[in-house]
Design a protein around this ligand. Structure first.
Ligand code: AMP
Length: 251
């Protein structure tokens, strides 16, 4: 497994590759949700590239960025065990050579609801970094999680709009047996907070009305940003103290 930190080196390597390339973009602190994306890429492609980059441009809240968990040694071990071929770990200065003066700004209606409303500028940051990564890696297939359904749909529309030669593939949400969706942010939950996070997952997956769900969440001291229905899905974002979690289910 090659670990590449320099953009120039990645570009050089890419020129020498003629195989089918699969790509998984992550912010690290890898878990079995990420592993499922990587396994799918390894199964579908000759080579798999994994990126680990905590993208400052998509964080509207500085403390969320500063508290984002980093476990690079464990991440590399997992990547190696899953037969990743190249891990790309750039630094922010290299990914944004002109600061953030050139960015992708989307007016797609999907950026105007849910995460788009509660995290201003978030999707512009996500789409900008994904476009940069796709331009560098030029994968045939790129894998995104259903867990971040709004992100997946916007990346797919962005790839279509810019005629990118990459298939954007969605992989199902991986959950713990409690129903809690795996998330890097779960690493920050203490035992009591984890129980509340599990209540959130159970309530979201129940057949209660949205109003009844909101009442149940309040009862368990779970702060709600939104629970909204869009295109046959229920999307939700909550905070367990200062840890923000999102999830969505088909309805
Ligand atoms: P992140 O590191 O949170 O930016 O996530 C990187 C990729 O992994 C994104 O495409 C996510 O949607 C996906 N992902 C994160 N958690 C899960 C999960 N529990 N199940 C499936 N995919 C996930």
């Amino acid at each position: 497994m090659k670990i590449i930190k320099s953009i120039r080196e990645l570009q050089q390597q890419r020129k020498n590759l003629s195989d089918t390339i699969g790509f998984v973009a992550t912010m690290g602190c890898l878990h079995n949700g990420h592993a499922a994306l990587i396994k799918r890429s390894v199964a579908d492609n000759d080579l798999t590239v994994l990126s680990i980059f905590v993208n400052p441009a998509q964080f509207n809240n500085p403390s969320d960025l500063n508290n984002y968990p980093i476990t690079i040694d464990a991440d590399l071990k997992l990547a190696q065990s899953l037969n990743v071929d190249i891990v790309f770990i750039p630094v922010a200065k290299a990914m944004y050579p002109n600061d953030y003066h050139f960015k992708l700004i989307s007016n797609d209606p999907l950026t105007q609801c849910c995460e788009g409303t509660y995290r201003p500028g978030h999707f512009d940051g996500v789409l900008t970094v994904v476009l940069k990564l796709l331009n560098l890696i030029k994968p045939h297939n790129a894998y995104f999680g259903e867990k971040d359904i709004q992100q997946y749909r916007l990346v797919k529309r962005m790839a279509e709009s810019f005629f990118l030669d990459t298939e954007i593939v969605m992989c199902p949400t991986v959950r713990e047996t409690s129903g809690l969706a795996l998330s890097s942010r779960n690493a920050r939950l203490n035992t009591e907070q984890k129980q509340r996070a599990e209540h959130f997952a159970r309530i979201l997956q129940s057949d209660l009305s949205i109003d009844a769900m909101k009442q149940q969440l309040a009862k368990h001291h779970i702060a709600i940003d939104y629970i909204e229905r869009h295109d046959n899905r229920l999307l939700a974002a909550v905070s367990i103290d200062d840890i923000r979690l999102i999830d969505n289910i088909p309805v």
